[in-house]
Design a protein around this ligand. Structure first.
Ligand code: PLP
Length: 362
């Protein structure tokens, strides 16, 4: 497949270096977006066409566009990291590209070729390289997404689709950094069901999680944990992060279910743990196993993982009738050392022996 030729329209109101530095001083998580965005159109008759780089800004969409009514939408999330020599890299983008394809297939959207996905990342960096910050633990968060834009209120897959890539600088995701968080057990709401869209990265799963997330906030927790919707006993994941348990004997266990989003961070962390000699199990885990494991001392660490926050220690799980663990114990040792190993690879402080890093500039 040949590389895409992007039509370039540069932003004449691009932020000045001083304005950018002010944003970098307190980037939050994508509180500001870069100067440009990339888009590629798709139609049933024309396939992928009109790849463009243009100024970041509002997009025009018909009020009857499919996405606004039936939620035909998918997205991805990955980061661009600035290495010490100034070069710009991202982490396993081929895995994001393939997951974008499987999300597309589930949501009856066209599959963007992996090469186009990668081309779009490089195209954005070709104009917004200065937006990749260099302070420790900062990055440029890249957000590819796709939606049905055909104006049609009948229910069927859209015949016109748009792919976009936008980006914004990111500091640490959770304001508390790597301090252990409290999470809330959602007993009234599920994020996904059997045969549903839980394994696709689609906005609807997040929409379904928001009311439970509010419940978590109301109970003093930062995140919400979902159980399987059939039996309400198997652990699935947080609203946007996977969960991993560390046992006393060094075994790592992560829940297995076809309604969990297969995280690339989780896969990478478990790979690193296996290479250190840890046994890794991907199998169903009940909430009772967590309760019993913490009580008996068999489960010694629990963490959440995903691109945005990398690895976050989970201190306690609060439920209506019980609490597991506590946030007073501090982050787990293995949790923090896996976090360090992964971020060292991402920021180029440690050799990339897996071929995970992909250069975006030059
Ligand atoms: C994106 C996402 C994750 C984490 O995936 P990564 O590839 O590690 O970023 C986990 N759960 C959900 C629901 C997600 O949307």
């Amino acid at each position: 497949m040949t590389a895409l030729e992007f039509n370039r329209q540069l932003n004449l109101q691009a932020k000045s270096p001083a304005e950018r530095e002010a944003i970098f001083a307190n980037p939050g998580f994508c509180n500001f977006m870069t100067d440009h965005m990339v888009d590629i159109c798709w139609s049933e008759t024309g396939g992928w066409h009109r790849p463009r780089i243009q100024p970041y800004g509002p997009i025009e969409i018909e009020p009857a566009a499919a996405v606004l009514h039936y939620g035909q939408e998918i997205f991805e999330g990955l980061k661009a990291y600035r290495h010490a020599d100034g070069s710009i890299w991202t982490f396993r983008p081929d895995a994001n590209a393939r997951r974008f394809q499987s999300s597309a297939a589930r949501m009856a959207l066209p599959e963007l070729p992996v090469e186009y996905f990668l081309d779009s990342l490089k195209a954005l960096i070709s104009v917004d390289a200065d937006w990749v910050p260099s302070a420790p633990e900062t990055s440029l968060y890249l957000r590819p997404f796709m939606f049905g834009k055909e104006a049609f209120l009948g229910v069927r897959p859209a015949k016109k689709v748009a792919y976009y890539l936008i980006a914004g600088p990111a500091g640490a995701y959770f304001t508390s950094g790597a301090a252990p968080v409290s999470i809330w057990l959602s007993e009234n709401y599920s994020r996904a069901g059997k045969g549903g869209t839980g394994a696709a990265k689609t906005g609807g799963n997040y929409a379904a999680s928001l009311v439970a997330q509010n419940e978590a906030y109301a109970n003093g927790c930062q995140q919400v944990l979902f159980l399987d919707s059939t039996t309400n006993s198997y652990i699935e994941e947080l609203g946007g992060m996977n969960v991993v348990f560390v046992y006393k004997d060094g075994t790592l266990v992560t829940p297995l279910s076809d309604s969990i989003l297969p995280g690339i961070t989780r896969d990478s962390v478990l790979t690193l743990a296996e290479e250190r000699g840890h046994t890794v199990h991907r199998r169903p885990v009940t909430i009772q196993e967590w309760r019993d494991g913490v009580e008996s001392g068999d489960i010694v660490e629990v963490f959440a993982c995903g691109t945005a926050a990398v690895i976050t220690p989970i201190g306690e799980l609060k439920a209506k009738d019980f609490t597991i663990g506590s946030t007073d114990t501090g982050p787990g040792e293995l949790t923090m050392s896996l976090r360090e190993e992964l971020t060292d690879i991402q920021y180029g402080r440690r050799p990339d022996t897996h071929g995970w890093m992909y250069r975006l500039d030059g």
